[in-house]
Write a new protein. Structure first.
Length: 267
């Protein structure tokens, strides 16, 4: 199959990049997707900033033979610790787009606001800085969703539900908005909504990041364009197949459906 004329690479420690690749694919299906995961070293949360920077640089460099027109860092931890180094090395030739928890739009709707994130992120100066900058006048709670990213990575729905139930139990009553502070969490947003109820507005950033990526490329959305889809999967730098297990999540299932007939899926 001919390769697309433009490709965008997504880098993350694990499956958090699926929602971001899916959001861009919905806006520009003609863009080829290169997905670079790092199963050998995930999760990044407990690692030192220097380790995270080294690992995300390696994941991004592994995509360069595929000639991406842009690279999306679909990981909050990696964006905090590696975005500057990536941009210094790759821009302006290859634009690098990071991810930021959607605290600003959540706070604009009034509080109280909860932010679910990894334990490392909830206690970080980075998150406190975002709250100070965009939600200083809004009641905000940081909630450690312990084990949720790892449960999502495992594909175990019972473990996912148990982690969500725990995070929900730590979320104060009366919260109006919930910010998903880890890119993995959007893959199970339906389960999170079921746990918290319809009265809580969920704020996530895949669509905003996809639109920013198009702006950096000088492109407009064209959702009716020809289908390209996933062109390469890298696993800690090694070429890999599209795991059928991704179909456990709606974003992954859509990417797999688009890739049907073009790739061999692993079980």
């Amino acid at each position: 199959m001919p390769r697309s004329t433009r490709r965008v690479a997504f880098v993350d420690s694990g499956l958090g990049l699926l929602g971001y690749a899916d959001a861009l694919h919905a806006l520009r299906p003609d863009l080829g997707l290169v997905l670079s995961l790092d199963p050998d070293n995930m999760p990044y949360g407990p690692r030192t900033p220097a380790e995270v920077q080294r690992l995300i640089l390696a994941s991004a460099r592994a995509t360069l033979p595929h000639e991406p027109a842009a690279i999306v860092v679909a990981c909050n931890t990696a964006s905090v610790h590696g975005l500057g180094a990536l941009r210094a090395e790759l821009e302006p030739a290859v634009p690098v787009i990071g991810t930021v928890p959607a605290i600003r739009p959540a706070a604009a709707g009034g509080g109280p606001v909860a932010v679910w994130a990894t334990a490392a992120t909830t206690s970080s100066d980075y998150l406190r800085g975002l709250v100070d900058a965009f939600a200083a006048d809004v009641e905000t709670y940081a909630v450690a969703a312990l084990g949720l990213a790892e449960a999502i990575e495992s594909g175990d729905p019972d473990a996912v539900d148990a982690c969500i139930a725990y995070a929900a139990s730590q979320t104060p009553a009366g919260v109006r908005s919930l910010v998903l502070g880890c890119t993995h969490y959007g893959l199970v947003v339906d389960r999170i909504v079921a746990a918290l109820g319809d009265g809580v507005t969920i704020h996530d950033s895949p669509v905003a990041v996809a639109r920013q990526t198009l702006r950096r490329l000088g492109l407009e959305p064209a959702p009716d364009g020809p289908e390209a889809g996933v062109e390469a999967v890298l696993l800690s730098g090694r070429p890999g197949a599209l795991p059928a297990s991704w179909g456990a999540y709606p974003a992954g299932e859509r990417l797999l459906r688009g890739a049907a007939g073009r790739h061999t899926l692993s079980s």
